[in-house]
Design a binder for this molecule. Structure first.
Ligand code: UDP
Ligand code: MG
Length: 319
């Protein structure tokens, strides 16, 4: 082999939140893959997302053992999206791949992904799970519902079962980084930047150690975030229901006036009145709530706070 030829660099971005148990397994797996792909240089960026366990020490130990391992440690838990952003913005690679620390994104898929991205005109290789084996049925049900809804109300394509496990070219990553919004919903951002993406499918794998960080409630909030970030249809729903109710009211006014003129005005209709007041009151509050949700996001966005705060890292600033 010609030693003067500079190898291309692949950056592996790994968000870690309380992953002290999975990290050793992860490192073993990724080492095997790095050995298989010796024709590339590697850099692993582990992001300690304010873990409460020994994740940071584990990362530091790995980086002492292997100088390809870098770490960024946050001052608190900022969420996976912030971790992804930090990883991407520190990545120096010609290619960048993101994967979970729990081996649910099998590193062994990387050679195949690399083959795909070499093909003409392909800018990213994404993965989706074809099964949701091992997941609570109720969670799968709501996940499917969410993707169906998103498909209807958003112009940005968001693929069902898509994981954040994705290999990207430098150009793709730079485009992602240009989207510097505070409320980051990566699954949508990937679609938004465009380019050509190939999808690889794999069977769901259960996490190797530790437990999932997603409670049902957290996922619910995350899905609302996704909807607010990538669709304004809910706002239109508020406006449209307003118009429909005005039309109904108008028709009722005419009916009541005519009826009173013809038949006099006996007092009746107390129960129906209460129903109508409650219904309209409810719709008003709902619309206000929807409006509030968008306003809140706008508020957070204009504050322009940093997406994460780094407490400790062994990465030098990019020149
Ligand atoms: N994660 C993170 N910050 C968080 C939650 C999760 O960095 O606030 C990381 C976590 O360490 C893991 C990945 O995101 O590497 C996916 O998390 P998890 O396995 O809990 O999600 P699931 O696979 O169940 O969707
Ligand atoms: Mg997982």
């Amino acid at each position: 082999m010609d030693l003067n030829v500079k190898k291309e660099l692949i950056t592996v971005v790994v968000p870690c939140y309380n992953e002290e148990q999975s990290l050793p397994y992860f490192y073993d797996e990724i080492s095997k893959v790095m050995y298989l792909m010796r024709e590339y240089d590697f850099e692993i960026i582990g992001i300690d997302d304010g873990s409460k366990d020994n994740t940071l020490n584990e990362l530091i130990a790995l980086s002492n053992k292997d100088n390809r391992v870098k770490y960024i440690s946050f001052s608190r838990n900022f969420g996976k999206e912030a971790a992804i952003y930090a990883g991407l913005s520190h990545a120096k690679g010609d290619y960048v791949v993101m994967m979970d620390a729990d081996l649910q994104d099998p590193p062994s898929l990387l050679p195949e992904m690399m083959n795909e991205i070499q093909k003409e005109g392909i800018d990213s290789v994404a993965t989706r799970r074809v099964t949701r084996k091992g997941e609570p049925p109720i969670r799968s049900f709501f996940a499917c519902l969410f993707y169906k809804l998103m498909h209807k109300i958003s112009q940005t394509e968001i693929v069902d079962g898509a994981r954040d496990y994705r290999l990207m070219t430098r150009q793709f990553v730079d485009s992602l980084l240009e989207l510097s919004e505070y409320n980051r919903f990566s699954k949508g951002l990937f679609g938004w930047v465009g380019y050509r993406t190939t999808w690889l499918e794999f069977e769901n794998v259960e996490r190797v150690a530790g437990e999932t960080k997603w409670s049902f409630w957290k996922l619910f909030k995350y899905s609302i975030e996704g909807i607010v970030a990538f669709s304004t249809v809910p706002l239109a729903i508020a406006a449209i229901s307003g118009v429909i109710f005005c039309m109904f009211a108008f028709i009722f006014i005419i009916i009541i006036v005519v009826r009173t003129l013809l038949f006099g005005d006996p007092v009746a209709g107390w129960p129906s009145m209460i129903c109508i007041i409650l219904l309209i009151g409810g719709i008003q509050l709902l619309s206000l709530g929807i409006l509030g949700e968008y306003l809140a996001k706008t508020y957070l966005e204009v504050k322009n706070r940093p997406i994460y705060i780094c407490k400790k890292t062994n990465i030098e600033k990019k020149e």
